[in-house]
Design a protein around this ligand. Structure first.
Ligand SMILES: Cc1cc2nc3c(=O)[nH]c(=O)nc-3n(C[C@H](O)[C@H](O)[C@H](O)COP(=O)(O)OP(=O)(O)OC[C@H]3O[C@@H](n4cnc5c(N)ncnc54)[C@H](O)[C@@H]3O)c2cc1C
Length: 452
């Protein structure tokens, strides 16, 4: 029996936060003693697996985002930046409006689902100079950049400069890197027909990977199949190559193959002339988590098997922003949407268990499979122990991910985008209304304006 009104505050509107909100609503829909509040800086849920297809113009920008308000049945939603989390006072401070008004929200239970950000590993000026593939803005900015490079290269007489404009370097051969490379390669090569002075051999799409394999975590045979296919599609994959620096026009790479590492000689250094470097080499939990009072490991909030923070039992953390070692693999759970969704169910269950004085359950997650698209209507997939590749895997990828979009209208729009793409060329108009995201600076308020 619930004795008094309780507020559950969820921070973050990604797979973890929205998933948790929806499960909590199913538990407490008609319970007036439970309030659910969700705060996120964007008012939509971003369906990241389709982000590279937005960058390549296959899917229209708005079709892979779902407004959070359309998913809320009971939850109160705030579109705002989180400024401070105080687990001692059980209060979270937000800044969301142009007037920089601070709002503080008290909570009884807190769910931290703030996700991750691109990890540039402290490489000098990388954040400023490289493009990333993490947010919707990133995808749109990259698409504009690629079209801009085609436009500039078309009328460029200097052959070296022309080649550098048409060289696209992707750093990291994980999920995001390989999918981005496949999509970008298809887009540039298809768009070429509108640029009569650009030859096929002028275009280079290069993937740099510091280790000796691609797609870590995938079946080895599928990874080899992918490597072969990427090369057939004209993508250069350079393994054991670590990026040292990027000046904005030249990438310096170091050969880190075992042979070279053991050698007493100077490392072999190479260079690639390019104006566009796309960084997909890793993620790290968001800064606000790293700066918080919660105990962290590798940037993620340390949680126990119930996804609770040990020092604050009313605070739960999940998804990309938490750190928990999988006892089966002795490795931390991977930062994937699948794992975030599983965590959402566990946290919602445990919250209602705590509120109703029931037994909590442990977080258990084993991947249901993995899939990646690799360009030219080809994909790889591991589902229920089966390893598939080629067209059939591509078809499964589309069917599975389409079914995961939580709103029917978005599903229909994406399906139509894919159908149109079968018959028509991609749009090469460059919309100049988007700029690189500049971090917003918020004025520290002397006192909280409003306590809600
Ligand atoms: C290109 C790409 C492709 C991917 N493909 C796959 C795939 O095929 N399969 C798969 O399983 N995983 C995939 N992933 C990984 C997957 O997207 C993440 O693991 C997943 O999004 C994690 O969910 P999350 O809710 O923890 O974090 P997120 O989805 O990152 O959500 C965090 C939320 O918190 C909000 N937030 C952060 N900081 C603040 C703040 N200070 N104030 C307010 N709000 C804030 C963000 O705006 C966001 O809404 C892919 C990722 C990328 C980038």
């Amino acid at each position: 029996m619930v004795e008094e009104k309780k507020r559950i505050l969820i921070l973050g509107g990604g797979f973890a936060g929205v998933g948790c909100m929806r499960t909590l609503e199913s538990y407490f829909m008609h319970d007036n003693d439970i309030e659910i509040v969700l705060v996120s800086e964007d008012n939509f849920l971003l369906f990241t697996p389709m982000l590279p297809q937005v960058a390549s113009g296959m899917i229209e920008t708005r079709h892979i985002v779902i407004p959070i308000r359309t998913l809320c049945k009971k939850t109160k939603f705030y579109e705002a930046q989180i400024k401070n989390i105080d687990p001692y006072g059980k209060v979270v401070t937000l800044t969301g409006t142009n007037e920089r008004r601070g709002i503080s929200i008290h909570y009884d239970f807190l769910v931290l689902a703030l996700g991750s950000q691109t990890n540039f590993f402290g490489i000098e000026k990388m954040e400023e100079r490289a493009y990333s593939m993490k947010t919707l803005n990133d995808a749109v900015v990259l698409r504009n950049r690629v079209i801009d490079m085609l436009e500039q290269a078309e009328n460029e007489n200097n052959p070296i400069l022309k080649k550098s404009l048409l060289t696209f370097v992707i750093v990291g051969a994980g999920f995001a890197g390989i999918e981005t490379a496949g999509e970008l390669n298809d887009f540039v090569r298809d768009a070429k027909k509108y640029y009569p002075h650009i030859k096929k051999e002028d275009i280079r799409v290069i993937v740099l990977e510091a280790v000796s394999f691609i797609l870590p975590g995938f079946n080895e045979k599928l990874a080899s199949f992918t490597l072969e296919k990427l090369m057939q599609h004209g993508i250069e994959v350079k393994l054991n190559k670590k990026l040292s620096s990027f000046s904005g026009s030249e990438v310096i790479i170091e050969d880190v193959s075992e042979l070279n590492k053991n050698s007493t000689n100077q490392p072999v250094i190479g260079s690639i002339l390019t104006r566009t470097l796309i960084w997909t080499a890793g993620v790290t939990p968001v800064d606000i988590i790293k700066k918080s009072v919660f105990k962290t490991n590798r940037g993620g909030i340390v949680v126990n098997e119930f996804l609770e923070t040990p020092d604050f039992p009313e605070v739960f953390a999940l998804g990309d922003c938490c750190y928990l070692v999988n006892p089966q693999t002795s490795k931390p759970y991977p930062p994937t949407a699948q794992s975030a969704e599983a965590g959402a169910k566990t946290v919602a269950y445990n919250l209602q268990a705590v509120i109703k004085n029931k037994q909590k359950k442990k977080f258990e997650f084993s991947s249901r499979g993995q899939m990646a698209i690799i360009g030219k209507r080809s994909a790889i997939a591991t589902i229920f122990g089966l390893h598939l590749h080629g067209y059939i895997a591509w078809w499964i990828w589309r069917t599975v991910y389409l079914s995961k979009i939580p709103k029917l209208d978005k599903r229909v729009r994406i399906f139509l985008d894919w159908t149109i793409d079968l018959f028509f060329d991609r749009d090469i108009s460059r919309l100049k209304i988007f700029t690189r995201e500049v971090p917003m600076e918020f004025k520290e308020l002397d006192e909280v304006d409003d306590v809600w």
